[in-house]
Design a protein around this ligand. Structure first.
Ligand code: PNW
Length: 492
């Protein structure tokens, strides 16, 4: 077996080696044991939304097959596992008025099994699956959502925080807001261009800030954990580096994806100037004078500034950016952004068309985050490579991808001095890839979601990742022995 080769000592001894999943994508059991419906149940059950009308009703059936997932985690030798809680499995109507004991039991078992196997859990509270009952109340567009989310978060800190020390409040507010409310391709499937996207993003930041402050004030001194928000970002470079307009558009592109959330949390407590000025200019241009599209953070509630104990980054791909500010367009997010991202001919595409494979973009993005957001501790909470068409367990191109990506992270650590603390491969398992259903596979383990057994089979990339982790751990162990020995010698 060929092996992923990495420079000796490239990663710090306590580096987190993880894999990630999300509740709706793997659990199934959509209406079992008292779980309430979520917006993804509703979205998939309406026909014509998802590839071949597939649903997450069963998915990998991790709700009943957790023991099988645990075996996969053990086989890989992960030090960390990132999972998400299904809000409506714990709180069927979204509120703490009614707690589902079976849901609490399920996640208790998962967490306890992980810890018993020396695997550190990282838990995401919200990965796209809002309880339908809260959607009926106005969902993420309602200002009340921050209260509901805060109560849910407190409930989770109280119930699981004695054992869970790494928390993510919201996964990818950009994707939730843009795909769910602008493009309508994710639940709840609304197409309200140029308006709801900002309101939803804003309420996600408000909800996140509330939950972080709750943790900080009530749980941190007892539990000693860390709380953040997972932000997805492309890496962007100007299409024509000699064109000042493309250069400016590239900065704007980054601000409209990453800065939108990272600037309020890590820099200023407010949205990037580029966003504020572009949206203002477009309002004038289009004669839009209704309520402000980009909401303001109010003085009388917790500000997002400083509400992340580490930087959680999901990176998948890169783009070349061209300026589109002279294009005519209706009210829309992309009209505000006025920057279009295209892929380079030389970048291979894996599986889905949006996923150009650009591992060196990750190193550049890490350096950009270090420089722009005040040198935070960074966990790469998602990164992966998809496969479509016939299943290939000998996924050599994915092996190459992990090899290249880990090399780039090693360079970021050693040459650029970026404080990278861990890496979570997306994903532990092939799973329900949202609008693409089961047609797109990201797993380190293959799961045949069309068969009743839902057997897990390791890909070659899974075996190679295992070797990387075990090489790293044995090296760190032997280094720490030498250290202790030399310390002992000194003391003598
Ligand atoms: C992430 N894009 O979403 C999610 O956090 C995962 O649940 C998902 O399975 C994974 O990436 C792979 O897609 C994204 O089109 C979905 O740019 C789409 C995009 C980015 C992230």
């Amino acid at each position: 077996m060929s092996e992923i080769k990495l420079p000796v000592g490239a990663f710090p001894p306590d580096f987190a080696w993880g894999a990630a999943t999300a509740a709706y994508q793997i659990e199934g059991g959509w209406n079992m044991d008292g779980k309430g419906p979520s917006i993804w149940d509703t979205f998939c059950h309406a026909k014509g939304k998802v590839y071949e009308d597939q649903t997450g009703d069963v998915a990998c059936n991790s709700y009943q097959l957790w023991d099988e997932d645990l075996k996969c985690i053990q086989q890989l030798g992960l030090t960390h596992y990132r999972l998400s809680f299904s809000w409506s499995r714990l709180l069927p109507d979204g509120t703490t008025n009614c707690v589902n004991p079976k849901g609490v039991m399920y996640y208790n078992k998962v967490i306890n099994d992980l810890i018993a196997n020396a695997v550190t859990p990282m838990v995401t509270l919200y990965h796209f699956d809002l309880p339908q009952a809260l959607e009926n109340h106005g969902g993420w567009k309602s200002p009340d959502i921050a209260d509901f989310f805060d109560s849910y978060a407190r409930f989770c800190f109280e119930t699981f925080g004695d054992r869970v020390k790494l928390w993510i409040t919201v996964n990818e507010p950009y994707v939730c807001a843009k795909f769910g409310y602008e493009d309508g391709i994710f639940a709840p499937g609304l197409k309200e261009p140029g308006t709801s996207v900002y309101l939803v993003g804003h309420n996600m930041l408000r909800a996140h800030a509330r939950a972080w402050h709750s943790y900080d004030a009530n749980f941190r001194h007892l539990q000693g954990g860390k709380v953040s928000i997972a932000l997805n970002s492309d890496w962007a470079v100007p299409l024509d580096p000699a064109s000042p307009k493309d250069v400016e558009a590239t900065a704007r592109y980054m601000d409209f994806i990453l800065g939108w959330f990272a600037c309020p949390v890590f820099c200023t407590g407010d949205y990037p100037e580029t966003m504020k000025s572009r949206i203002e200019a477009r309002n004038l241009e289009l004669g839009f004078s209704k309520a402000p599209r980009l909401p303001k953070f109010l003085e009388d509630e917790p500000n997002p500034l400083g509400t992340a104990d580490f930087f959680a980054l999901n990176y998948y791909t890169s783009r070349k950016v061209k300026d589109t500010s002279s294009h005519r367009s209706e009210l829309s997010f992309s009209g505000d952004q006025a920057a279009e991202g295209v892929t380079d001919q030389s970048w291979p595409v894996c599986g889905v068309s949006w996923l150009a494979v650009v591992p060196e973009g990750l190193r550049k993005l890490l350096k950009y985050i270090k420089e722009t957001y005040n040198n935070p501790a960074i966990y790469i909470t998602e990164n992966g490579f998809s496969q479509t068409g016939p299943v290939q367990l000998e996924d050599i191109d994915r092996c190459q991808f992990y090899q290249d990506t880990l090399q780039e992270i090693a360079k970021a650590l050693r040459e650029d001095g970026v404080d990278v603390r861990g890496y979570f491969a997306w994903s532990l398992l092939d799973n329900f890839e949202w609008t693409e259903g089961f047609s797109v596979r990201f797993g380190l383990f293959h799961v045949d979601c069309y068969s009743a057994e839902l057997k897990r089979s390791i890909y070659r990339s899974g075996r190679e990742y295992t070797a990387v982790i075990s090489n790293h751990l044995s090296l760190s162990l032997s280094l720490s022995h030498t250290h202790t020995e030399s310390n002992l010698n000194k003391e003598v």
